[in-house]
Ligand binder design. Structure first.
Ligand SMILES: C[S@@+](CC[C@H](N)C(=O)[O-])C[C@H]1O[C@@H](n2cnc3c(N)ncnc32)[C@H](O)[C@@H]1O
Length: 268
């Protein structure tokens, strides 16, 4: 999140950066979190996810695209549920292993390397599923939702956030969002339709674009305040390009072209 490469999907590279204390400081300012997560889920939104999923001790939660454990580990810590974290980059999962150990949570946590589009779990294994800004980071959105449904029990709940283009954009506006948004921000049709088509019924929808914009602005402010150390870490040209990337995203949001939304759904 804080520092991805512009639209190049180098998640492993961004997880290496996100371990560094200076980058964690920026993450803390932007999201009130220090897990090294690349999504835009804030600490406050974690409480809303717990409520929406009605997480409790005994729930079996699967967090897809869990990265370094944000927000899956905190969801489990606060609600006492069991959590399975799944992602692809091993360096992210290693950070999650370390964090689970530091927080004395190892008995509650399973960590698995695999793809959300071909989940290595039996049918009906979980009663809660979450993913934070993952659908905008992969092309196979329907496959991930169908796989989520396959591993979900019949009364399961799912909660996710996603960054997406606003509706009714001109082609050139849409192209701008594709250019500066997350790597797979484009979506054919609506997420509500994708959910219906994969066996989920939407129960709750929230527009969290304003929080996303505020987090981006706090990040840009943090870059400004820590500029000289960041130049030493990244070099002036790389820092300037990363900062510009975030400013472009703020611009897209302020022009009403890009949004961040959350959906809660139940299995049907
Ligand atoms: C924006 S990051 C979010 C990470 C974490 N959930 C967070 O909140 O910070 C998107 C994540 O989706 C993961 N991802 C992308 N494609 C995936 C796939 N096919 N299966 C599982 N995870 C995937 C990436 O590796 C990355 O960690």
């Amino acid at each position: 999140m804080i520092f991805d490469k512009n639209n190049c999907c180098d998640f492993a590279g961004s997880y290496d950066l996100s371990r560094l204390p200076l980058i964690k400081k920026l993450e803390q300012a932007a999201l009130d979190s220090d897990y090294g997560g690349p999504s835009w889920t804030t600490r406050k939104q974690v409480d809303a996810i717990i409520e929406s999923l009605a997480l409790h001790s005994g729930s079996r939660l699967l967090d897809i695209g869990s990265g370094a454990g944000w927000p899956g580990l905190l969801l489990a810590k606060l609600s006492q549920c069991d959590v399975t974290l799944l992602d692809i980059p091993l360096n992210a999962l290693q950070q999650a292993v370390e964090r689970a150990g530091e927080d004395a949570m190892t008995g509650q946590v399973d960590i698995v390397s695999g793809s959300g589009t071909s989940l290595p779990f039996l049918d009906r294994s979980f009663d809660r599923i979450s993913h934070s800004d993952v659908l905008c980071c992969l092309a196979e959105k329907m496959e991930l939702l169908q796989e989520s449904r396959r591993v979900a029990r019949d009364d399961a709940r799912m909660h996710f956030s996603v960054i997406l283009p606003a509706t009714d954009l001109s082609q050139s506006e849409y192209d701008e969002v594709l250019e500066s948004g997350p790597p797979f921000v484009g979506v054919d049709g609506s997420y509500a339709d994708l959910l219906r088509g994969s066996g989920w019924q939407v129960t709750e929808y929230q527009d969290v674009t304003a929080d996303y914009r505020d987090s981006l602005q706090r990040l840009v402010d943090g870059i400004q305040s820590n500029e000289s150390e960041l130049i030493q870490l990244l070099g002036a040209a790389d820092l300037a390009s990363k900062r510009q990337h975030r400013e472009d995203q703020i611009g897209l949001i302020e022009r009403g072209l890009m949004r961040r939304e959350t959906f809660a759904a139940t299995a049907i």
